[in-house]
Design a protein around this ligand. Structure first.
Ligand code: ZN
Length: 184
């Protein structure tokens, strides 16, 4: 991994996904790993991008299935306190599972000269997976931080990881392994 061509994309580490409307204890357990990944990347000069749900209440298709969550402008749509964006980070709002769908994430990555996205956040088998799908299809290499992502259940997590490996050739590494590779 060439750190000049990588960016970390942290998916939906928002209050509603961790402690709120769609709370997830396994997601809460990933917070220290997400923090280590984000802080390590900042130190190495690797861009940190937050891909955050920001739904329009009463409008977004996805809310019919999941109920209201991460409604734009609410506390539930804010990044969890431990992982707050810092100066120099990027925040890209989304209204669907994929961080790329009708957002400017691809434009941002291209202008930053990124060819490899390092994914973390929630949920491995849903928003992380759909973001990985678009990243792959747009020509990016995909790395997944295995301890900085999770799902509601262990089964969903394991299914997500194996799907990412098999379908997008995702490199699955721990946060420590990723930071060690980027620091070389
Ligand atoms: Zn959503």
């Amino acid at each position: 991994m060439d750190k000049k061509k990588c960016a970390v994309v942290m998916v939906d580490m928002l209050n509603d996904f961790v402690t709120g409307a769609l709370k997830c204890d396994r997601g809460l357990a990933t917070v220290p790993h997400c923090k280590e990944l984000i802080e390590g990347c900042r130190k190495l000069g690797v861009p940190v991008i937050y891909s955050n749900d920001a739904h329009l209440k009463g409008v977004d298709h996805e809310l019919k299935l999941w109920g209201d969550h991460a409604i734009e402008g609410t506390y539930g749509a804010e990044v969890v306190p431990e992982l707050k964006p810092a100066e120099g980070d990027y925040v890209v709002k989304k209204r669907r599972y994929s961080g790329f769908f009708h957002t400017d994430l691809d434009l941002l990555l291209r202008e930053l000269g990124v060819d490899t996205v390092i994914l973390g956040g929630l949920h491995t088998h849903m928003c992380v997976r759909h973001t990985a799908a678009d990243a792959y299809q747009l020509g990016y290499d995909v790395v997944v931080a295995s301890d900085a992502t999770d799902s509601f259940t262990k089964e969903d997590y394991e299914y997500g990881i194996s799907y990412l490996k098999a379908t997008y050739g995702a490199k699955v590494l721990t946060t420590k392994e990723i930071l060690a590779e980027l620091g070389k």
